[in-house]
Design a protein around this ligand. Sequence first.
Ligand code: HEC
Ligand SMILES: [Cu+2]
Length: 333
Amino acid sequence: MGLVLVLGLVTALGGCSGSHSILDPAGPAARDVAWLWWGMLIGFGLVFLMVVALWLAAFRPRERSEHSPDEERRLGLRWILGGGILLPGVTILVLLAFGVPAGQRLLPLPLPGGEPPRVIEVTGHQWWWEVRYPDEAGEVVTANHLVMPAGEPVDFHVTGADVIHAFWVPRLGGKIDMIPGRINRIRLQADAPGVFGAQCAEYCGVQHAHMQLHLEAVPPEDFHAWLAARRDAEPAPTDPDDDHAPARATFAEQCASCHRVAGLSEGDVGPDLSDLGARATLGAGTLAMEEGAIARWLAEHQRLKPGNRMPAHDHLEPEAIQALGAWLETLRP
Ligand code: HEC
Ligand SMILES: [Cu+2]
């Protein structure tokens, strides 16, 4: 029995670490959320124990009361005032004292002195993430893979393209809804470089679970280098004699209306593929990016992520799919 309990506890606590754990905070906003969580667990644990104790006490056999009916009434009134008004009042005040400043820190308020934080725009689509970096030097667009500078606050401006989604990076802070026609803002900061899981946190249709975002915090110098490399990336070559020319021709015919590849096409129904080869996953976390994974996605994405908004391309010859995969793998900043 004891062993089962210990095993159960260990299994349950195993969920407390890892890339999606709010109990393993990696930034100031998430730390507030984690403190609030522990505070509420301990506070309400004590309330629970107290209620159980009172409940057991109420069952104890008692002598007939030696109080007069008048005293009994006053005693009852004290319980009602103390337990029914004072205790919940104090509890709520304490919670507000912690909760309001924590909520405040998530708001993108002007920073005292200094430049406003960098803005990254994230749009939720069924069922993938569009990520934009507005910049005077030229906007950078990517999908399902977010790179941010570590050690400084970043303002995320989020919206939804079709239905309501929610942007949630558990180790960095609270969630925020992505609502079509509206821009919501949240400020997050990663203390140190690392990879953090992010997940759509508002049910948005059949593939909601396969709507994961790979979020990478890197040192600010690396971030600026990455941004510059993406901005100045050579557009995909269009030389009709190179090895990938047939794949590009298939792409122009079958895929260009939905996908953008810098220099080749401007489709915006599906994810921008300009840096596809450098991403960590395919299909918003459906497949890990490894050799051959893109061809596999093209051949069986409707089996891997049923119902996703990219039509099946079963009419393509296997060789054409292999060629497309091999070419798309070469696209990187
Ligand atoms: C009708 C529009 C449409 C067409 C045509 C289309 N796609 Fe897509 N594609 C999408 C959408 C939408 C997604 C996102 C699916 C998801 O993950 O839910 C997607 C996803 C992808 C992905 C995964 C991207 C990522 O960021 O993980 C690749 C690779 C891809 N498409 C390649 C192609 C290729 C190659 C073709 C042509 C053979 C093609 N697509 C044709 C709409 C389209
Ligand atoms: Cu969702």
